[in-house]
Design a protein around this ligand. Structure first.
Ligand code: ATP
Length: 914
């Protein structure tokens, strides 16, 4: 392996045969060859990357541009238009045919471009969610994109990780891996490091961890032996499944609505055509074009495309604010969130920890210093503690029972691993124990990894003379239960005053410090393994440490914003009740006097739990199962619940929550996969921003619907009225095509870019089951359709009265309709507040740009002879243009009046905050 990997000249054939060989040989031998190289250097990684390629499965082929273009043609409106084009061509009306075909082309292109934009947004997200792996290389342990792994890399596995490549395991601690994706076996498989025969079937290869499988419990370490498509999963599936689409329940609802409406319209159209032929004396061509006009007028085919792009833009906006949406329907749900349950550490707090206090043998010590810098005194009162065997032992325990690494990077110290453990290493250093040098004297023989369910971690260490010791650190009340004695100042063992220690724990916790206890137990030189049972009893307590983890400043503001928006924020933490309460108070949570612990929750029945879940805001010493119960209780109280999580055991609660939010930085792959949203920065403030964005997107969807439907409504009611009353059509079929392209598409597109309304986070969340096509929107659509109908006929009759020319009257009717649309756009941008404000009039640049474009196009439509020929239009006088503009102003004023009246009549009434 080494020789082939380091010689870039190796031919493809040789590489392939090498790969085949890996599969066939006893992987154990390959492993020894691989690990003989030690951690890889950047150069070796580079060479192997170019030789073996990135560790990725080939992506399922994306739809090419042609397929996407073809998809546009599957639109119902396009069928109608193509039929109309064929019939007009047969009838020899070439101008009509050309215009209709031009419309087909434009409609297809617009849809094509919009869909392209939506796909771009999705693929950007896919990139952000790329799987990660923790690797040990020459420059230390770090988290990298799993795609960058090469054969020979050493990878660390933790619970909830997806195995990033095929690994030969070289260390396992209770490692169990779920291999259902490969073998169909649902029980997690116990892994070992022993060698297996080369012909063992997949499920029996216990010393291998296969790419794509999931670590259920325990930890491990292994060397990459196969990457990318050479992995077992690569051989089976060969392709990365990619199911992301922009479909949400709302979009499906609208799609269905558009389809049913289309069918109804076609039936009505055919009826009118048949009835007209039989009853009215209208010529076939005119009747046919009227029916085409009606069909085109009434079908809101552009709507799904506009909604898709609105969602895509929302998704992109959220991603720039560090919230990546994994399941599209969640964008709609976000706006309705009424309860957010958040973890504490790292989400509400900074997770930049520092040990500031320690208690040992009844003495309180204060630790000075800044961040992870190792400078700082340890004092008892004002005296610096210099000689203390007990402090030395406490420091040794803190440094050895620890998996973090401190690395100096461009002048600052970085922690690879858990920041809390990083802080403990710094503390040890301040006390004079250097983990890198002194630690080498005490190599680790075995360990019990930390588990949130039992809340401690233990290591077994032996020095070079085989003196053994077990160190344990964890939640203090848990460790206290496991201790039978304590170590005194002089290093002897004495009996334990539990009460005094409990008081000391409370004192540190009430200062908002996270408290850990450290304990030890001697071990035999012959002991080689460590199990939970070995440490559950008979420990000697060394002392307590208190760690400061200050609240995030921006989280305090975000919690306030959530409260203003009618959203209750709850903290669910694994930490001590008093620490949680002190931090909760600093964060500004509502109820910080009553804290519920996981143990208390266990005592409650379903009904009591519901009551408590509603009232209490701080839940401490909880385990992941409590999260699931709390989500269910809050949902039973009609809450729309957002829940954060990071561990593998958080997955059920994340799935159950209406909005499951995983932590992108410290979260496990299992949590990310169960979640509907991933926070790239683990920051609570990003949740509040995502809710705001969710509300905005929902409002914009509502605005797009409220804008588009009345245009279709107004046009089709006008045509039906004219046909039924035997009047001349106030707008011709071709003109309707024009209006729909100019009016609907250009103007409605701008709604997708609307920023949040100013009061969007000062309204209560909308109810979960509020349908979009109901209440206010239905009323608005009907009301505005009638306004448009009146405007169109008013323009027609006024122009006929003034100029006695049908072409002029139709041109004015079209201009009036477009002017009304433009003014209506301003009204629709603010659903609940007045639109005639400076901000409303100035609008966003894109709105002004769109309005400018529409005005320009209308001028061409009205004054360019070329358009006269095509659309049968005629130039208008200035007075007529003023009429059109005035009609628009009237629509805006009537809608302002309507908003005002609505608010006055029913002060609590709002269109919903989205
Ligand atoms: P949150 O749930 O808000 O993120 P948390 O990080 O405190 O809070 P857990 O990770 O479940 O929640 O930790 C629970 C408790 O277990 C901690 O309060 C601490 O006492 C103990 N603990 C956490 N990490 C370790 C560790 N690496 N080693 C030993 N004990 C730990």
């Amino acid at each position: 392996m080494t020789s082939s990997a380091s010689s870039p000249s190796t031919s493809d054939k040789a590489v392939n045969s090498q790969r085949v060989q890996w599969h066939a040989t006893d992987i154990g031998e390959v492993r020894s060859e691989l690990s003989a190289t030690g951690p890889l250097s950047a150069q070796a990684v580079g060479e192997r990357l170019s030789e073996f390629g990135h560790n990725r499965l080939p992506e399922a082929r994306r739809r090419g541009p042609l397929a996407r273009l073809g998809n546009q043609l599957k639109n119902f409106l396009i069928y109608v238009l193509i039929t109309a084009a064929v019939i007009t061509a047969v009838l020899g009306h070439w101008v009509d045919t050309t215009v209709i075909l031009a419309v087909v082309v434009i409609q297809t292109l617009v849809g094509f471009i919009q869909e392209g934009k939506a796909e771009q947004a999705l693929s950007a997200i896919r990139h952000m969610l790329a799987p990660k792996a923790v690797v040990v290389r020459e420059d230390g342990q770090k988290k990298i994109d799993a795609a960058e792994l090469v054969p020979g890399d050493t990878v660390i596995l933790e619970p909830g990780d997806r195995v990033p490549a095929d690994l030969r395991l070289e260390r396992c601690h209770n490692l169990k891996i779920e291999e259902a994706v490969l073998t169909g076996e649902s029980e997690p498989v116990d892994k070992t490091t022993g060698s297996q025969p080369a012909d063992a079937v997949l499920g029996d290869q216990l010393s291998m961890a296969f790419s794509g499988t999931m670590v259920a419990t325990g930890t491990g370490r292994g060397v990459v032996v196969r990457t990318g498509e050479n992995t077992e999963i690569g051989r089976i599936s060969g392709l990365l499944q990619d199911t992301a689409t922009l479909k949400t329940p709302l979009l499906e609802q609208i799609d269905r609505f558009a389809r049913y409406l289309s069918i109804i319209i076609i039936v009505v159209g055919l009826a009118i055509f048949g009835g007209g032929l039989a009853l009215s004396g209208l010529p076939v061509r005119e009747l046919f074009m009227a029916v085409v006009g009606l069909t085109v007028a009434a079908i809101p085919e552009g709507l799904p495309a506009i909604l898709t792009i609105t969602l895509a833009i929302g998704v992109r906006r959220m991603a720039t604010r560090h919230a990546v949406v994994r399941r599209m329907p969640v964008i709609e749900t976000l706006g309705a969130v009424s309860v957010i349950c958040s973890d504490k550490t790292g989400t509400l707090t900074r997770n930049e920890m520092m040990v500031t206090a320690a208690v040992m043998a009844g003495k309180r010590l204060d630790v000075e210093g800044e961040g992870y810098e190792p400078d700082g005194e340890i004092r008892e009162g004002s005296d610096v503690v210099s000689e203390s065997p007990l402090l030395d032992e406490l420091a040794r325990a803190a440094a050895l029972c620890n998996d973090a690494h401190l690395e100096r990077h461009e002048g600052t110290i970085r922690v690879a691993g858990d920041p809390m453990e990083g802080a403990l290493k710094v503390f040890a250093q301040k006390a004079g124990f250097d983990a890198e040098t002194d630690g080498r004297e005490w190599p680790r023989t075995d360990e019990v990894p930390f588990d949130a369910d039992y809340r401690f971690m233990a290591t077994l260490n032996h020095d070079h003379h085989r003196h053994g010791v077990v160190y344990v650190k964890g939640a203090p009340e848990r460790i206290l239960e496991m201790c039978t004695g304590m170590v005194t100042d002089s290093g002897d063992t004495s009996s334990l005053d539990r009460e005094a220690w409990t008081d000391a724990i409370s004192e540190l916790a009430s200062e908002g410090l996270r408290v850990l206890a450290l304990a030890r137990r001697p071990a035999d030189s012959s002991q080689n393994t460590l199990a939970v049972e070995d440490v559950e009893d008979g420990l000697e307590l060394l002392g307590l440490v208190g760690l400061l983890d200050p609240p995030r400043q921006e989280a305090i503001q975000a919690i306030q914003d959530c409260h203003d928006a009618g959203i209750r924020v709850k903290m669910i933490t694994g930490d001590h009740a008093m620490t949680a309460s002190a931090i909760g108070a600093r964060l500004g949570l509502k109820n910080t006097t009553r804290v519920m612990t996981g143990r208390e929750l266990d005592q409650l029945g379903e009904d009591e739990l519901r009551q408590v879940a509603g009232e209490v805001d701080i839940f401490a010493r909880t385990s992941p199962e409590h999260k699931l119960r709390l989500v269910e209780a809050l949902q039973a109280l009609h809450g729309v619940v957002a829940m954060t999580g990071d561990g593998v055991n958080d997955a059920p609660a994340l799935k159950r929550a209406d909005v499951g939010i995983a932590m992108g930085v410290k979260g496990s792959e299992a949590a990310r996969e169960a979640a509907s949203m991933v926070l790239l920065d683990d920051n609570f403030a990003s949740i509040a921003r995502a809710v705001r964005e969710g509300r905005t997107v929902y409002n914009n969807l509502k605005k797009a619907i409220a804008f588009m439907l009345p245009i279709n409504g107004g046009e089709s009611v006008s045509l039906i009225t004219a046909l039924l009353l035997g009047l001349s059509l106030p707008i011709s079929a071709l003109q309707i095509l024009w209006v729909n392209l100019v009016g609907s598409v250009i103007l409605a597109m701008t709604l997708a870019f609307e920023p949040s309304e100013p009061g969007v986070m000062r309204r209560p969340p909308r109810s979960r089951d509020e349908p979009l096509l109901a209440g206010f929107v239905v009323w608005r659509v009907a009301f505005v359709s009638v306004l448009f109908l009146i405007g169109i006929f008013a323009a027609w009759y006024w122009a006929m009265d003034q100029f006695s020319d049908e072409s002029v009257a139709r041109t004015l009717a079209v201009n009036t309709l477009v002017a009304m649309e433009v003014f209506y756009l301003f009204a629709v941008r603010y659903l609940d507040t007045a639109s005639v404000t400076l901000r409303g009039v100035l609008g966003t640049p894109i709105v002004l740009l769109a309005v400018g474009a529409v005005i320009l196009l209308q001028l061409l439509f009205t004054y360019l002879p070329f358009f006269h020929q095509i659309f049968g239009t005629a130039p208008l006088t200035l007075g007529a243009l003023v009429f059109a503009g005035a009609a628009g102003v009237v629509v805006l004023l009537v809608l302002e009046l309507e908003t005002w009246l609505r608010k006055r009549l029913k002060p609590g009434l709002s269109s919903g905050s989205g």
